[in-house]
Ligand binder design. Structure first.
Ligand SMILES: [Zn+2]
Length: 234
């Protein structure tokens, strides 16, 4: 299995984590604001990979990297609040599991995706663990709306901020993904229409997502048909 590719727009955030890890000053919890198709769930998994990978880079295809790629690493407890109803009991259950001995002598990670969607009661339960975490515990929290997060939680975590993505870096990445001879100017038009969310820009070329083309992309690009028409079919 190939090592997971790191998106160029995640690089600066991951480099920051790597530096902190190398200097042994990584706090035990971090939080980032999820922006769909830009700073997404993959970022949390990549952070987990840095913490668990034998080479600490996620590129060596070690046992931990492979388990993470299959989303079955026993040291990672993942709660997907975006897509599943998660209540206070689930958070308490997670807390208990964090205290149990882990299979591998490495960090034990609680990754809560969509943490801001937890009820206040569930957030308070989480806060208790954040205040007195078990040894080797690490928390990755992603949120869509920071204002829904208890300020007491925010004060206990490190905020991971979006790195600035240079336009030409984005365009080169898109050119490679689309395997196209489209010019930067043409790709730039699509990028702008998709609010520079790199993964969203790929939607129009994915045949399975033709519905989205109709509902979202096409109404916005009436005046740019020649751009969409230039995208190769896959
Ligand atoms: Zn590895």
């Amino acid at each position: 299995m190939k090592a997971q590719a790191v998106y160029p727009w995640h690089r600066s955030a991951l480099q920051h984590i790597k530096t902190q890890l190398g200097e042994d000053r990584l706090p035990h919890a971090l939080l980032y604001r999820q922006r769909n198709d830009y700073f997404d769930t993959a970022l949390g998994w990549q952070v987990a990979q840095l913490l668990l990978c034998e080479a600490k880079n996620g590129q060596d295809n070690c046992h931990h990297c492979r388990l993470l790629a299959e989303k079955s690493h026993p040291n990672v407890l993942f709660l997907d609040v975006f897509n599943k109803k998660i209540g206070i009991d689930d958070v308490r259950d997670l807390e208990q599991q964090m205290w149990q001995t882990s299979v591998f002598d490495k960090a034990k990670i609680a990754y809560i995706s969509g943490m801001d969607l937890l009820s206040i009661g569930a957030q308070n339960a989480l806060l208790k663990t954040l205040e007195e975490p078990p040894k080797n515990a690490f928390f990755i929290l992603s949120v869509s709306n920071l204002s829904r997060v208890l300020p007491t939680i925010i004060s206990r975590v490190q905020r991971l901020r979006h790195g600035r993505l240079e336009q030409h870096t984005l365009l080169h990445w898109l050119q490679a993904q689309l395997n196209t001879t489209m010019t930067e100017a043409e790709i730039g038009k699509i990028a702008k229409l998709a609010d520079f969310a790199p993964l969203r820009i790929l939607w129009p070329v994915n045949a399975r997502l033709q519905r989205w083309q109709r509902l979202w992309i096409i109404p916005k690009v009436r005046h740019n048909w020649h751009v969409i028409a230039a995208i190769p079919k896959v």
